[in-house]
Design a protein around this ligand. Structure first.
Ligand SMILES: [Zn+2]
Length: 423
């Protein structure tokens, strides 16, 4: 009997982290330690999809490949899924970095017209071409660090035209770049200067003009709100998210980041796909999220960048059966492009095991983006989005850090990064 002819074999990995079994439901509690590891394994790829994963000799017996990548001594895993980034913005905020070092808080900087508002001024001024060019560079770096799918939020436009502009840039990036870009509308990121003192009028603009404009153009899958004391309160957040859902946008929240504000409860109430941050979420809010299946996207890079020393209680969430995912929160106050760094922070600062952090940055992150059927694990039928790491086993993630462990990245079955650089 002849062997089936296929496009590509990724052969002879020291360890393959498959994350199999998490495509119907996210990995919860103890399941996060079961990564479906195969020693001395191979992945068979055809027409951009994974068709089989198994022991080297079993795969070799069944398939004959046009191209073979020998990955002896290396770790093979799904490409990282980054479920929370603020990809599209202009400029940078290094002077605020120095202010934070000297003790200024995020809210103090925002109240002085800095923070998000400074980036909004620069993003409104920037041309589409400038934004496209700088975002493409960021995506290149992210891809070289193993990310193959990410979520990108608008939220530095804060006018209908500028929010649409930023979402159109994401659409163009998704079409042009190997990384899959999943768009989220975050008009409710801050109250723009022209609406200071009249938040309700800005909320009306979001509801009556922005959401219909974004939804009718098919520019976003999710609608997010920065639900926080001094930004959008619970009732404003609820109205925005409910309106978004009426227009087919699934709900996401920035919740309980700086104060306990009832954001976790609201995420559960509106049946959100995810709530992010959750440093100050109440026990009741977290338990309700677990019951309703709302994913918790934890962003230890944001805590690290804010320098408050406070991190989300990942151990409690995992023990209560909350679906925990990890993201970079890439934005001008948290310029982290690498999910490997986020995994290291999760291990060191939130006491997550490497296995738990890997599940959180792959299959659980895919659930937090409604992409669990197509990415986040190495299983037959999924996209061939594969990262090959210079590591003998998965425990090196988090343990060896500060350097890029990625050797190769395969996206939709094509080699797009080789020896750590874009091919
Ligand atoms: Zn964010």
């Amino acid at each position: 009997m002849g062997r089936e002819e296929i496009d590509l074999l990724v052969e002879n990995a020291e360890e393959i982290v498959t994350l199999r079994g998490g495509s119907q439901k996210p990995l919860l509690g103890e399941q996060m330690n079961n990564l479906g590891i195969i020693k001395n394994g191979s992945v068979a790829v055809n027409k951009g999809k994974i068709i089989a994963v198994g022991k080297k000799r079993e795969i070799k017996a069944k398939f004959q490949a046009k191209e073979i990548l020998n990955v002896e001594g290396k770790l093979v895993m799904p490409g990282f899924v980054d479920p929370h980034t603020h990809l599209v913005f202009a400029g940078s905020r290094e002077e605020e970095f120095e202010m934070r070092i000297q003790g200024s808080t995020y809210m103090e900087i925002l109240e002085r017209g800095g923070g998000i508002l400074k980036t909004v001024r620069e993003t409104r001024k920037a041309s589409r071409d400038e934004l496209l060019r700088s975002c493409k560079k960021t995506l290149d770096t992210m891809l070289e660090h193993g990310t193959t799918t990410l979520e990108a939020k608008s939220g530095y436009g804060l006018s209908t035209a500028d929010e649409v502009k930023c979402l159109e840039i994401m659409k163009a990036l998704n079409e042009k770049h190997p990384i899959d870009v999943v768009p989220t509308f975050l008009g409710a990121h801050a109250i723009p200067v022209e609406y200071q003192g009249d938040a309700d009028a800005y909320v009306s603009l979001i509801i009556n003009e922005m959401i219909p404009a974004v939804a009718s153009r098919g520019l976003a899958e999710f609608c997010d709100v920065f639900c926080e004391k001094g930004v959008f309160n619970i009732s404003q957040s609820r109205s925005i998210l409910v309106e978004g859902k009426k227009h087919g946008l699934m709900a996401k929240l920035h919740a309980d980041e700086m104060t306990g504000f009832g954001g976790a409860e609201l995420a559960a109430e509106v049946k959100g796909v995810s709530a992010s941050h959750l440093l100050f979420a109440s026990d009741n809010g977290l338990k309700t999220m677990a019951r309703k299946g709302v994913a918790a996207i934890l962003l230890p890079g944001a805590s690290f960048s804010l320098m408050t020393g406070k991190y989300a209680d990942a151990r409690k969430m995992i023990s209560w059966g909350v679906a925990v995912a990890l993201g970079t929160d890439y934005n001008p106050s948290c310029l982290i492009e690498s999910q490997q760094i986020v995994i290291a922070l999760a291990c060191h600062q939130m006491h997550m095991a490497p296995s738990e952090a890997i599940a959180a940055a792959t299959i659980n992150a895919a659930h937090a983006l409604n992409r669990e059927q197509t990415v986040g694990s190495l299983e037959a039928g999924k996209k061939a989005d594969i990262a090959v790491l210079k590591a003998p086993n998965h425990k090196f993630l988090g343990y060896r850090w500060g350097t890029n462990l990625v050797d190769k990245v395969i996206k939709n079955g094509k080699l797009v990064v080789d020896e750590g650089k874009m091919a």
